[in-house]
Design a protein around this ligand. Structure first.
Ligand code: GDP
Ligand code: MG
Length: 305
């Protein structure tokens, strides 16, 4: 299973970060890149499409692919789309990092286990959130049990939140990178555009401040994204205009809130994240628009990819 050629100069490969929703896949990607690339939340269904994060270290280039969680209610077209994204990623990667939440093992984990047994890729188990274990001693017998469930090359306890042993996980991943030229520039962190990252940060603020299903039936479309130097003190200012699409007028009212208060809060939170991400002052303008049935429209779903 080790593809490395001792005579090769450089190594480059794709690594899927997979696991059921909320185990910490996006938090792990951000921790590895030491940069917020993928939005995270305590609520489920945050990551919608695959996000590739690139880490180059000397001769090694590792391309991590963060995947959406597999959705239970697969009847909805948006959920079916997210499941396809998560599954099809396994066809393009060299290594799988399967993330588990401490000793928890659910029917979703069982399903992943069944699926992964058939794919013939090196699998590394990352047992996450160990910072929340009062005693790490309970992990050892669990690891024995895990080894009986699936043939993996390593089991590593980590915490994506505190970075505990994330470096160890990265070193393990490197062992299985195939020989090959680097596909991305040394300083490039993602294949995603700034416009995509901006729309994700706005969506993250919506997930934070809106309850229940609403953020999941909304879509953010960035219409304008440009820098000007029109501030009084001639500092660079990033102008972002975005539309929030919802499915009906009732949802529109909720997003806007009484007297526009809710939208103001979302905008203010999103602006802070955008300023941090783009290291610039940001002027953010948001509009809420209705597009009935967008989440069942195949053309729009394709645009999410
Ligand atoms: N305590 C703790 N919380 C974590 C850790 N990793 C992720 N989380 C939290 O778990 C929740 C889900 O994380 P997220 O990365 O969005 O999960 P994903 O759905 O698998 O991408 C968030 O609230 C994270 O802050 C960890 O190592 N320790
Ligand atoms: Mg995620």
């Amino acid at each position: 299973m080790n593809y490395q050629n001792p005579n090769s100069d450089t190594y480059c490969g794709y690594v899927a970060l997979i696991g059921r929703p909320n185990v910490g896949k996006s938090t792990l990607l951000n921790c590895i890149l030491q940069h917020k690339l993928s939005i995270t939340s305590a609520k489920q269904q945050t990551t919608r499409s695959c996000i590739r994060g690139v880490k180059t270290d000397g001769v090694y280039q590792t391309i991590y692919v963060d995947t959406p969680g597999v959705q239970k209610h697969i009847k909805k077209p948006l959920n079916r789309y997210m499941n396809r994204q998560a599954m099809s990623v396994l066809l393009e990667v060299n290594i799988v990092v399967w993330i588990l939440d401490r000793c928890r093992w659910t029917a979703d984990d069982e399903n992943w286990c069944h699926y992964l047994k058939q794919i013939g890729l090196p699998i590394i188990l990352a047992v996450n959130k160990t910072d929340r274990l009062p005693d790490r001693g309970i992990l050892l017998p669990h690891f024995d049990w895990l080894q009986k469930q699936i043939n993996c090359v390593a089991i590593i306890p980590i915490s994506a939140k505190t970075s505990y042993q994330v470096d160890k996980l990265e070193l393990e991943v490197r062992k299985y990178l195939p020989s090959g030229i680097h596909l991305f520039q040394k300083n490039q962190r993602t294949d995603r555009s700034s416009i995509f990252l901006a729309s994700e940060l706005i969506r993250e603020a919506m997930i934070e401040y809106l309850h229940q299903e609403l953020p999941y039936v909304s879509r953010v479309q960035v219409e304008k994204f440009y820098w000007t130097s029109k501030t009084k003190d001639k500092k660079k200012l990033l102008m972002i205009h975005a539309l929030i699409w919802v499915e009906n007028n009732r949802q529109k009212q909720i997003v806007i809130g009484k007297g526009g208060q809710q939208l103001k809060i979302i905008g203010s939170q999103a602006r802070q994240s955008l300023q941090h991400q783009f290291k610039s002052l940001v002027c953010l303008k948001l509009w809420v628009k209705v597009n009935p049935g967008w989440s069942s429209n195949p053309d729009i779903l394709r645009q999410l990819a």
